[in-house]
Design a protein around this ligand. Structure first.
Ligand SMILES: *Cc1c(COP(=O)(O)O)cnc(C)c1O
Length: 423
């Protein structure tokens, strides 16, 4: 199936006489006739549902659709993108371990990795995503277990050279984890470029209507844990907390996701509500249509902004003179995303004036939904960062993050025009 068909058809497959639309299994638990059978489920010897924290038919169907969209072998849903990012690392790193991460990642991820995970004893080195292979190599240590980056960084809009990152990661025998939130599998499938694990904040384009916070982790099944066994004993040696199961032996290519479900979801419990997964699934059905429209509108808005003399700079990889245009042509040939960043002449003060003057575009702590929205990262999402950290994250104090919706592009441009006129 092609990607537009997968958006509609993948995941839920009703049998004869069953509901056509994915049902919401709003049930914490599932009934069995014998203690014996329930026991086999707990031992992971038989597959079946018993408790929604570990598995739920609505959540599983949506995870299967996302796995299919990314071209992966298995996926799990989480209650937020933050939980997905945390689990993706914590599944293979413990106290005393280290990983390497692009410095331009989302502010929430930057804090999670640089502050909270450090408190758990897991160390991170942030690297410039544009650095050469030799420079990236220098960040690796004997205890490095993973490498992490975003296809399109939020909000810096840096396009990741996925092949370069994958090559460096694999030379050190560690997987590359890519946050594919902004590109979505419609515009880029990181597994095709060597990434091993993909994470998502489904809160953004996948949901698309700003109704449900959620996340997902997808496994390509390509990383050879057994060949790097000394680095990943959690996957390749018996797990005493789960009856001595060896995940790579029992689950083969799905070992990483099965371990994340059997241990992290069991113990930390960041599951999505089935109701939210139902809404996410409806969003996914129109993902291909919406993403194309977001990209088309964003290109028009970016072109308009780049010709306006009140604007000091525009960052959008769809523009030919953009620093990341070449990488975007390679990794995102059909379009990047609907998010544009730009600066207004007059810095922070005029940025605030501009935003307050908008009528159609709403000031919200959100991006990537159907409605046009706008945010000033230095005073909102990234306000915990100091100037040094802001700079490393690719966020200047005048940066406005403009998320172009799927309204008529002319209405969006007229709204920007009227607000700029007042400056
Ligand atoms: C929003 C976002 C996250 C965090 O996701 P939540 O669903 O808000 O927890 C992680 N990564 C990226 C790229 C994001 O845009």
């Amino acid at each position: 199936m092609r990607i537009e068909t997968k958006c509609i058809q993948s995941g839920y497959k009703p049998e004869n006489g069953e509901p056509r639309v994915l049902p919401i299994y709003q049930s914490t638990t599932f009934k069995y006739n014998s203690t014996e059978q329930m026991g086999r489920l707990f031992d992971l010897e038989e597959s079946g549902y018993f408790y929604t924290r570990l598995a739920n038919p609505t959540n599983d169907a949506v995870a299967a659709k996302i796995a299919d969209l990314e071209g992966g072998v298995a996926a799990m849903l989480t209650s937020s993108g933050q939980a997905a990012c945390f689990y993706s690392i914590f599944n293979i790193c413990e106290a005393g371990d280290h990983f390497v991460c692009s410095s331009t990642v989302y502010g929430g991820t930057f804090n999670l990795f640089g502050v909270t995970m450090k408190k758990l004893g897991i160390d991170v080195t942030f690297v410039d995503p544009d650095a050469s292979e030799e420079e990236l190599n220098k960040a690796f240590k004997s205890n490095t277990k993973a490498m992490f980056g975003e296809t399109i960084a939020n909000p810096a809009l840096v396009v990741l050279d996925i092949e370069k990152f994958a090559k460096v990661a694999h030379e050190h025998g560690v997987p590359l984890i890519v946050d594919n939130t902004f590109a979505t599998p419609i515009n880029c499938r990181p597994f095709e470029w060597g990434a091993d694990i993909v994470v998502h904040s489904t809160t953004k384009y996948m949901d698309g209507h700003a109704t449900s916070v959620g996340g997902a982790i997808v496994d390509s099944g390509n990383f050879d844990w057994e060949a790097n066994s000394e680095r990943y004993p959690g996957l390749t040696t018996p797990d005493e907390s789960y009856h001595g199961v060896v995940y790579t032996e029992r689950f083969g290519k799905s070992a990483y996701i099965m371990k994340a479900i059997a241990t992290l979801m069991r113990d930390l419990g960041s599951i999505p509500a089935p109701q939210n997964s139902f809404l996410l699934n409806i969003g996914l059905e129109t993902l291909a249509l919406r993403v194309a429209k977001h990209c088309e509108n964003a290109k028009k808005v970016a072109e308009y902004l780049s010709k306006n003399d009140k604007i000091s700079w525009v960052s959008f990889s769809g523009l030919e003179n953009d620093k990341y245009h070449k990488l975007a042509q390679k990794y995102l040939p059909n379009g990047s995303c609907g998010v544009i960043s730009f600066g207004i002449k007059g810095g922070r003060e005029n940025a605030v004036k501009f935003m307050d003057g908008l009528k159609l575009a709403a000031i919200v702590t959100h991006v990537a939904d159907a409605r046009t929205s706008v945010l000033h990262p230095a005073s909102h999402t990234h306000r915990q960062m100091n100037d040094e950290e802001l700079k490393a994250a690719g966020v200047s104090p005048d940066l406005i993050r403009f998320s172009v919706g799927i309204e008529n592009a002319d209405d969006i441009i007229e709204d920007i025009q009227q607000s700029l006129d007042n400056i």
